[in-house]
Design a protein around this ligand. Structure first.
Ligand code: AMP
Length: 193
């Protein structure tokens, strides 16, 4: 199962991807996590990405694609994956499709988690207190939400045109939301449950 998880910052994508990973037995690949690891490790790529991330803007398509290609080439991704945070704009969407077509492994489904914006702001404030992410400040969150609406929403439209988009209500208990996601997956999806 090759799955793309879409949803605004704070919609719970990362948490749900971790739960799904256990259910489906496929890796959770978060470009945000890959970038944060590069920033922590102080790699040249991390140094380039740091200021862009702290401003709530998108790191260059080229950097993120290179990182993603490397990650997808690892053995555990052969059986499928849950992509979280990628594609973030239509150019990334096209790059992903070209890459996966070359591997003969197209995306099966895109799940969009829908959460009202008041709740998003509340959730991110909670996460900021818990995790201390540098990009969870109120100004940066506003910018990330703006970038999401402007650049990432069209990606959902693209998957809808392909008939691959499923919209899932992201409000509720974690287990409840993950059951909704599992229920929205195409029939025959492998499950470790
Ligand atoms: P996330 O953890 O997905 O919210 O990502 C945190 C930050 O990492 C974003 O605000 C961007 O600055 C950067 N980032 C993550 N994924 C991407 C991507 N696919 N393209 C560009 N920038 C990204």
């Amino acid at each position: 199962m090759r799955l793309v998880l879409l949803g605004a910052p704070g919609s719970g994508k990362g948490t749900q991807a971790d739960l799904l990973k256990a259910e489906l037995g496929i890796p959770h690949i978060s470009t945000g996590d890959l970038l944060r690891a590069a920033v922590r490790a102080g790699t040249p790529l991390g140094l380039k990405a740091k200021a862009v991330m702290e401003a709530g803007q998108l790191v260059s398509d080229e950097i993120v694609l290179g990182m993603l290609e490397e990650r997808l080439a690892q053995a555990d991704a052969a059986a499928g994956f849950i992509l979280d945070g990628y594609p973030r704009n239509l150019a990334q969407c096209a790059a992903l499709e070209t890459l996966l077509a070359r591997l003969g492994q197209p995306i099966d489904v895109a799940i969009k988690l829908e959460v009202p914006s008041e709740l998003i702001v509340e959730r991110i404030a909670g996460r900021a207190a818990e995790q201390g992410r540098k990009d969870d400040t109120p100004e940066t969150v506003r910018e990330r939400l703006r970038v999401y609406a402007e650049q990432t929403e069209p990606v959902a439209g693209h998957f809808a045109q392909l008939g691959k988009l499923r919209v899932v209500d992201g409000v509720g208990e974690l287990a409840e939301v993950s059951q909704r996601i599992l229920g929205a997956l195409p029939a025959g999806a492998p499950s470790a449950a």
